[in-house]
Design a binder for this molecule. Structure first.
Ligand code: NAD
Length: 498
């Protein structure tokens, strides 16, 4: 059985770890490996390696740092099949979807290759007579990243390529559920020429996370995961004086206006609700048709498509499935429990994924559809993170918008309409960080910022794009007077003005 170790100071190592956690292939339900879980001391060893590497790495010219990232991008592309297979085998998402996640991650590396330009700072000559002012965007030091199971390649790449390109060193703690792709990505960065200790990976659980949140050598923490842990990470690391961005859970709504093209809408909705078995923070889990006629038509179009959903192993010879299994047996039980609660609380269960019959012992569940749900029901209020779409009917645009805005989460949201005014009203007034207009999953490109509102994000700055550069750099503003300017200075005692 495969044993997944850490990567510290340029090489794979077990450190002193004795605890392990099982890793499964969700398509077969079989254990495929075991991952080491770092102790507090192991974690401190990784932080120490990153701290040792910081002075030399941060002193290197941004151009030389960027060249290592160019090599890294080429290596990621060369190893794309290998990485995609690792993702599919441990996460369970289908091959084409895993490739898509890898591509979106590589796009962040491409963005980070532009760091010599992105990190230029500002410059104002002659802010006073003979005085120039300019800013430096300097790296912070050792940064930490803690990532979820659902994007083992893309989410870590939201973090470390930008941090490292900006001159920081990094300790990454990926999910213990599917660590192999992340570990391989870290090895490849080393093969691309990254000096030892600049990027370290420790596998682990709460024991290692707690060290990352509190150790004085860590300057900044990026977290992506569920809301309760995001809140814990934010409050703990902030209390220890660190810069923190903690992205949490979601319940993304799609408002469907009566004028929308309902075939296009249903096609988009099926992919957005059931793709990756609903295990996406930007999945649409609530459809809000406006008006009874829209609701009835949308429901029947969804059912046609739902009944054609191809569900099966994440990797098959020939054609891909649409949807693979859930990540674990425990998660399958959790999602099934939500379906039971929806029935108990009075929602109409239109399709029950618990009836899906899979070959073998994989963690499969079918696409599930609820109608006539409302706030107060757990299937509406809480994040299920499975292939469960809930229809909540609204009588008007205003009622739909109010519903979306009253929800605890505000990660993504979408409106489907052909009417420019409805679209404009929606994107102007909706309380969500990412909005799609006839786009079901509006994940911003690497050169824009990704992040939610409300309890979907704790912290001021979003991830990647300009916010990513700001997060991983500290501004220093220099005001310089040259000797010829000093000659003109007469009064040293008043506040300088022009
Ligand atoms: P999770 O919160 O269980 O785990 C995330 C990370 O935190 C993992 O590395 C895990 O080991 C660690 N962790 C878990 N429990 C901990 C604890 N008690 N103390 C300290 N660390 C702990 O999340 P998950 O199940 O891996 O991922 C799914 C969640 O992530 C969903 O809620 C999803 O919405 C969210 N997510 C959000 C975004 C976003 O951009 N907002 C993106 C992807 C996933």
């Amino acid at each position: 059985m495969q044993r997944i170790t850490h990567f510290v100071d340029g090489s794979s190592t077990s450190l002193e770890s004795t605890r392990t956690s099982a890793v499964y292939n969700p398509s077969t339900g079989e254990q495929s490996g075991e991952v080491l879980l770092a102790s507090a001391d192991d974690t401190r060893a990784a932080i120490a390696a990153a701290a040792r590497a910081f002075p030399a790495w941060s002193a290197l010219s941004p151009l030389k740092r960027a060249r290592v990232l160019f090599n890294y991008k080429a290596l990621l592309e060369k190893h794309a099949d290998e990485l995609t297979t690792l993702i599919s085998n441990e996460h369970g998402k289908v091959f084409s979807d895993a490739r898509g996640e890898l591509t979106r991650g590589i796009e962040v590396v491409e963005f980070a290759c532009g760091m010599p330009h992105l990190q230029k700072g500002e410059n104002s000559p002659q802010v006073g007579t003979g005085i120039d002012s300019f800013s430096l965007m300097q790296p912070l030091g050792v940064c930490a990243g803690i990532t979820p199971f659902n994007f083992p390649a893309m989410v870590p790449m939201w973090m470390f390529p930008i941090a490292i390109a900006a001159g920081n060193t990094f300790v990454l703690k990926p999910s213990e559920k599917d660590p192999s792709a992340t570990k391989r990505m870290v090895e490849l960065f080393s093969e691309a020429g990254l000096p030892d200790g600049v990027l370290n990976l420790i596998n682990g659980d709460k024991e290692s996370v707690d060290v990352l949140l509190t150790d004085p050598a860590i300057e900044a923490v990026s977290f992506v995961g569920s809301t309760p842990i995001a809140e814990y990470v934010y409050s703990t690391a902030s209390a220890h004086g660190k810069r923190v961005q903690a992205l949490g859970g979601a319940k993304n709504h799609m408002v469907v206006m009566p004028d929308a093209d309902l075939d296009q809408t249903a096609d988009a909705l099926i992919g957005a609700a059931y793709g990756s078995a609903g295990e996406r923070c930007m999945a649409i889990s609530v459809a809000v048709p406006v008006g009874e006629e829209t609701a009835e038509k949308l429901r029947s179009k969804l059912l046609e498509r739902l009944d054609r959903l191809r569900i099966g192993p994440s990797i098959v010879d020939g054609q891909d499935n649409d949807m693979g299994p859930l990540v674990s047996r425990a998660h399958l039980d959790k999602v099934s429990g939500y379906i039971a609660s929806g029935v108990e609380q009075g929602a109409e269960l239109v399709r029950d994924g618990r009836n899906f019959e899979a070959d073998g012992n994989g963690f499969f569940i079918g696409g599930t559809l609820f109608d006539h749900a409302k706030p107060g029901m757990r299937i509406y209020d809480e994040e299920i993170f499975g292939p469960v779409l809930t229809i909540v009917r609204a009588a008007s645009f205003d009622e739909a918008l109010e519903l979306v805005n009253a929800h605890e989460f505000g990660n993504g949201s979408a409106i489907f309409t052909r009417d420019g005014d409805s679209a404009h009203q929606y994107y102007s007034r909706v309380k969500a960080g990412m909005v799609g207009i006839n786009v079901p999953i509006p994940v911003p490109m690497a050169f824009h910022c990704f992040g939610g509102w409300k309890r979907s994000l704790f912290g001021a700055l979003h991830t990647h794009g300009p916010d990513g550069v700001r997060f991983y750099t500290r501004m220093k503003t220099v005001t310089a007077r040259w000797p010829s300017g000093l000659r003109e200075q007469t009064n040293h005692f008043t506040m300088p003005t022009n």
